[in-house]
Design a protein around this ligand. Structure first.
Ligand code: GLU
Length: 304
């Protein structure tokens, strides 16, 4: 497969189930942002982890139903393993990875020590001697486990520019880039595959905003140009939590089964953004980023 020579925007769903109206809204916005700027629009199925049988095919169908089109075939991320391993090796060669032998429990306990933010890795394995490493490797091997690989950043923080949020700086953490089971982590593969697909514009939900500086830093270390970023508001339930299945009729299929038309779905999404449109093509026509409603959308599922 040869990489796309074009500049492109993208949508990169995880095939973990049917897409809900929040995913559809993000997909529409990504498509609109790409098309308005004359870019290609490409799809990537992020099927390395959390895959539900048949979900990818249903998701692609849903995007077509919604009225979106894309350039070329959707890229299935699981086909890119060799390129992902190559990126791990390049980071290793540049001294940007270290082995971590900790279990989740070790990290939880260390993180409850004073001065360590809960959930962040306290750096336990960063400066071990060769002898300690050999011993730890052996200990894991006895339990049938392998070490994880974490990023060893050369900077403390990194800054990106987001079209809606402005400049965002975040500390660069020792994130896991390869798990002990060999799975290469999202934060690395997203960068490698965006580059492969010619993506220079990343539009996605704003729950990933704080991950963007880490990803941009990894891109920098791999010699990949930083894309432009647009993090768009999430759709939430009445409690303010990200929309989920238990909230009621939230997927495209549930809404259509209940009696909504595709025009109703697009109309509701357009309305939430502050525009009037009944089809994806109409929304593309009338969309204006400066006039877009930037609040989270509280979606109340219709009672059918
Ligand atoms: N696959 C991720 C998701 O569905 C999105 C990743 C991205 O857009 O960078 O949440």
């Amino acid at each position: 497969m040869t990489p796309s020579p074009h500049f492109a925007g993208r949508f990169a769903p995880s095939p973990s189930g049917d897409m809900h109206i929040g995913n559809l809204r993000t997909a529409l916005l990504a498509w609109i942002w790409a098309r308005r700027s004359g870019r290609d629009f490409v799809l990537r199925v992020e099927d390395i982890d959390r895959v539900q049988e048949g979900a990818a095919e249903r998701q692609l169908e849903d995007l077509k139903t919604l009225g979106l089109d894309w350039d070329g075939d959707a890229l299935f991320q699981s086909t890119r393993h060799d390129a992902h391993v190559d990126a791990i090796n390049r980071l290793k060669d540049h001294g940007l990875l270290f082995e971590c032998y900790c279990s989740r429990k070790d990290i939880r306990e260390a993180a409850s020590a004073p001065h360590v933010l809960p959930g962040t890795y306290p750096g336990t394995c960063r400066h071990l001697s060769d002898a300690d490493r050999a011993r730890e490797r052996e200990r894991l091997a006895k339990n049938g486990r392998s070490p994880a690989l974490r990023l060893d950043p050369k900077v403390d923080e990194w800054t990106i520019r987001d079209a809606l949020f402005g400049e965002i700086s975040e500390p660069i953490d020792y994130v896991v880039l390869q798990r002990g089971d060999g799975t290469i982590a999202y934060n690395l593969v997203v960068v490698v595959d965006d580059d492969f697909q010619g993506v220079d514009q990343v539009v996605r939900a704003d729950d990933l905003l704080t991950s963007a500086p880490t990803q941009a830093y990894i891109a920098h270390e791999l010699g990949i140009a930083q894309p432009s970023y647009v993090h768009v508001p999430l759709v939430v339930n009445e409690g303010g939590d990200r929309l989920a299945k238990r909230d009621g009729a939230v997927t495209l299929r549930e809404l259509l089964d209940g009696g909504w038309t595709v025009e109703d779905v697009v109309g509701a999404i357009a309305g939430s953004l502050g525009f009037e449109a009944r089809t994806a093509a109409e929304l593309l026509e009338v969309f204006d980023p400066a006039a877009m409603n930037r609040d989270q959308w509280v979606f109340q599922p219709p009672q059918f």
